[in-house]
Write a protein that binds this ligand. Structure first.
Ligand SMILES: NC(=O)c1ccc[n+]([C@@H]2O[C@H](COP(=O)([O-])OP(=O)(O)OC[C@H]3O[C@@H](n4cnc5c(N)ncnc54)[C@H](OP(=O)(O)O)[C@@H]3O)[C@@H](O)[C@H]2O)c1
Length: 327
């Protein structure tokens, strides 16, 4: 098979297109003829050598794919050769062949292309489990998030708005803020120029947000707590600035706040399978009715994975960059 490996940790030039033996599907797995693979920030962090694949996972980057099933391993009953699926994988996505646990595959939603389907699993699983399961966001409540124009952000804005929540976001330019508003955020502010704690308090009538979804950490953490309502939930999914933070615990106690977070990749196949089932039930109908969907920034050939990473690191993208494994 053709795949992109991390030949050297560091800058994007370390990504190399190589040939490797095609993997065999083990019991409970399927082999997928990959049409497209989504690019995510964790792939960039892995390329720097700072996000090792969990034990047993492929060292090839790529956490999500879409394509058709080429072979099924023993014990797989739901899928057959030729089925069109998208899948959440723990690695191996930057390739034209990839194995996936059968339970982490979902049918390509009606109306979605393979490119669009490849852009779904990583962000939709992450947003669902963090915003709705950990953050317990309810209709009528306020979600405030950073990185509104990111793959995660564009998904969170649409899903929260579609489920009846109010959404406010930050992003790094007016163009990105406008994209957030188009997707359903009633407010979007440039974090480089705006006092977003004050803005959140203003638009919520002084109350604060019910859920803050953060990927920045560092000095944002204390401000995120300031932006929360009583009983509010801070959900941490990354720490682009720093994981080491100073917290005023009296705030947490006085306003009965919750600080939580999670990371998707190391969770067990059983947990991800259960998540896939909930997402197919709760989210797939929203995608098929056109109410939510992936925002595709660019599609590039698999061989141009390094270019895709450069674009992501330069912050030029809005939504998702996808690799086409067929060219
Ligand atoms: N926990 C999990 O399971 C999980 C799963 C997937 C992804 N993630 C994390 O989620 C984040 C987003 O992933 P992605 O693939 O969607 O990546 P992405 O599109 O590259 O998004 C990164 C975002 O971070 C924003 N950002 C960077 N510095 C910021 C700052 N100082 N203040 C506010 N925003 C800032 C950027 O905003 P601007 O471009 O506007 O500056 C950009 O929108 C990544 O950190 C990734 O590691 C976590």
């Amino acid at each position: 098979m053709r795949c992109v490996e991390i030949a050297e940790f560091g800058p994007p030039e370390g990504l190399r297109l190589v040939e490797r033996p095609t993997p065999e599907p083990a019991a409970g797995e399927v082999l997928i003829d990959v049409h497209a693979a989504g690019v995510n920030r964790p792939d960039v962090i892995q390329r720097y050598g700072k996000y090792a694949p969990p034990p047993g996972a492929s060292d090839i980057p790529g956490l999500e794919i879409a394509g058709t099933i080429l072979a099924v391993g023993p014990g797989v009953t739901r899928w057959q050769v030729g089925d069109a699926v998208c899948a959440l994988v723990s690695g191996g996505g930057y390739a034209d062949r990839c194995v996936a646990p059968a339970g982490q595959c979902l049918p390509v939603p009606r109306g979605c292309s393979m490119v669009e389907a490849a852009a779904l699993p990583e962000t939709f699983f992450t947003v669902w489990t963090n915003v709705f399961e950990r953050g317990h966001l309810q209709p009528g409540q306020w979600l405030f998030l950073h990185g509104g124009s990111s793959g995660i952000g564009t998904t969170a804005i649409q899903l929260a708005a579609a489920r009846g929540a109010h959404v406010a976001a930050t992003a790094g330019s007016e163009e990105k803020c406008e994209a957030c508003r188009r997707l359903g955020a009633t407010h979007a502010w440039n974090y480089k120029t705006e006092d977003w704690v004050a803005r959140v308090r203003e638009v919520t009538g002084g109350r604060g947000a019910d859920v803050v979804l953060d990927m920045v950490g560092g000095d944002y953490t204390a401000r995120n707590l300031d932006a929360l309502a009583v009983e509010g939930r801070l959900v941490q999914i990354a720490f682009l600035k720093s994981a080491q933070v100073t917290l005023d615990l009296s705030q947490v106690m006085r306003r009965r706040l919750w600080v939580t977070g999670s990371t998707l990749r190391p969770r067990s196949i059983e947990e991800k399978t259960a998540l896939a089932q909930v997402i197919e039930r709760e989210v797939w109908p929203l995608i098929e009715s056109g109410r939510v969907g992936p925002v595709i920034d660019q599609v590039r050939p698999l061989a141009e994975a390094a270019e895709a990473h450069r674009r992501m690191e330069a912050g030029l993208h809005i939504g998702k960059i996808v690799l086409d494994a067929r060219v």
